[in-house]
Design a protein around this ligand. Sequence first.
Ligand code: COI
Length: 356
Amino acid sequence: MESDIMQIKIDRVENTRIHEVDFGNIPFGREFADHMFMCDYKDGKWTDFRIEQYRPIEYKPAMLGLHYGQTIFEGMKAYRNINGEIMMFRPEDNFRRLNRSAERMCMPTIPVDLMMEALRELLKLDSGWVPKDTESALYIRPFMFATDEFLGVKPSETYRCIIFTGPVGPYYTTPLKVMVEENFTRAAKGGTGSAKAGGNYGGALYPTKLAQQKGYHQILWTDSIEHKYIEESGTMNVMFQIGDALVTPPTGDTILQGITRDSVLTLAVDLGIEVEERRISVEELKVAHERGQLKDAFGVGTAATIAPIELIGYQGKDMVLPPVSERLLSKKISDGLKAIRYGKVEDRFGWMISMN
Ligand code: COI
């Protein structure tokens, strides 16, 4: 996709808000750093690159992105490693996925190099916002939406892309109770399930609310045809330890190609763990649980990293999993990932990118 030569106009804030943040107790998704990057797509190219104060933006009520769902996003994290350097975890993979989502939603792609350069500039200005402790990170939210003022249903001709950031603590603070969903569907074959499109998340809210009314935190999504095979959990990919093997459903057009998912599988193989990417039926989980073989279940995603599942509700009964303290395999992977992110061990996979 074409873009003007990128020259970023920088309008630095006069007064930082950083002193208002309690870095010892950061909730997820409520604090936002001082600056944001923006650019616009018009006349077939990306233009008007700028960094300015994180602030409200104004749009006309007829803006297409507000009506027909041409809106996509990414989630990624910057860490401060033990040497004080600011490091990103696989950011180019996120920008490549943003472009895959863009293609699926009939939106323009945006050059990965351009996004990386924008992020570097943004992080230079807001480096103080990257938390210093190893339980937190700077969450980065690139997103893009349609901006034509028009009510016909067609791809917009103009778009805005924004990157804003904010320090975050853990997304989940307790192990999750999840419920197998047998009526509602997150994603159907041929649909948009593998894109990070806003509508996928909006459509999940109602079934999630119903599950929460029954005492669960999140849904364990099943396939749209038979509601028999596991797909994702909440907003995350999902993995199980059955016996000694780490098992996860294969990605496809109903399952997001998670970057944390890929990293966990890569690390698991590296640690000598048997990994199986294959369909998993709810029935298989039930039988494995009855035989004491379902040793672990966890969600994986950028926001939550590795989120242990405490129990799985299925047809009115709960399959309670072993205590989190006994789950050595996922702990090993989680510790391994953390050690790479914070620079405690050598990054043999080339995942960490210095943003200094
Ligand atoms: C992420 O893990 O970054 C996600 O996409 C979850 C988000 C919807 C909070």
